[in-house]
Design a protein around this ligand. Structure first.
Ligand SMILES: [Fe+2]
Length: 205
């Protein structure tokens, strides 16, 4: 199986002025694309792993030969994370969680406001490069945390339903060093219809 770069699900200028066209062009067409290419190059000689889709590859990271494990984590993890990140910013959906996800967020974090605060903190305080995540654990509970570099929750059996890229390439052209400003903007860009649908799917997987 050759992994493909999914198209950006909306025009490159769709998130203006919050995330500019130049950022999305670089982020999708250069960074995301490079991770797909590097993943395919790493898998070229790995017949046993070529049948795995992205999610399976990360969930079964323990089966990946040690010599290429870091390359798989870095590249497969980044391909998966970027696809989810771009998708959850699709313009036009609900601006707050509703239904079962809203109830689960209230139960786990106290309120949507408390969730936003904790998610923002996870992203803003991640040292260096990485991601903030909202995941569904194996027991169906929600959890929120950040990871470094390309590490992905799928590797520990968690199913991500929302992620925020806090690598500098995600925000530097618009926000320079002001990561907290980017983080609070991102929170306003989330399409909660998409996150809610992913929650339902994760519960029934
Ligand atoms: Fe990125």
């Amino acid at each position: 199986m050759t992994h493909q770069l999914p198209p950006l699900p909306y025009p490159y200028n769709a998130l203006e002025p919050h995330i500019g066209e130049a950022t999305l062009l670089l982020h999708h067409d250069k960074h995301h694309a490079a991770y797909v290419n590097n993943l395919n190059a790493t898998l070229e000689t790995q017949a046993a792993l070529q049948g795995y889709d992205l999610e399976t590859l990360l969930r079964r990271i323990g089966e990946v030969p040690e010599a290429i494990r870091t390359a798989i984590i870095n590249n497969a993890g980044q391909v998966h994370a970027h696809t989810l990140y771009f998708e959850v910013m699709t313009p036009g959906g609900a601006t707050a969680p509703h239904g079962a996800l809203a109830e689960a967020i209230d139960k786990q974090f106290g309120s949507f406001a408390a969730f936003r605060e904790q998610f923002a903190k996870a992203g803003a305080t991640r040292f260096g490069s990485g991601w903030a995540w909202l995941v569904v654990k194996e027991d169906g509970q929600l959890a929120l945390y950040s990871t470094a570099n390309g590490d992905n929750p799928l590797m520990q059996g968690h199913t991500p339903i929302l992620t925020m890229d806090v690598w500098e390439h995600a925000y530097y052209l618009n926000y320079q060093n002001r990561r907290p400003d980017y983080v609070s903007t991102f929170l306003g860009l989330i399409n909660w219809d998409i996150v809610g649908a992913k929650y339902e799917t994760a519960l029934h997987r």
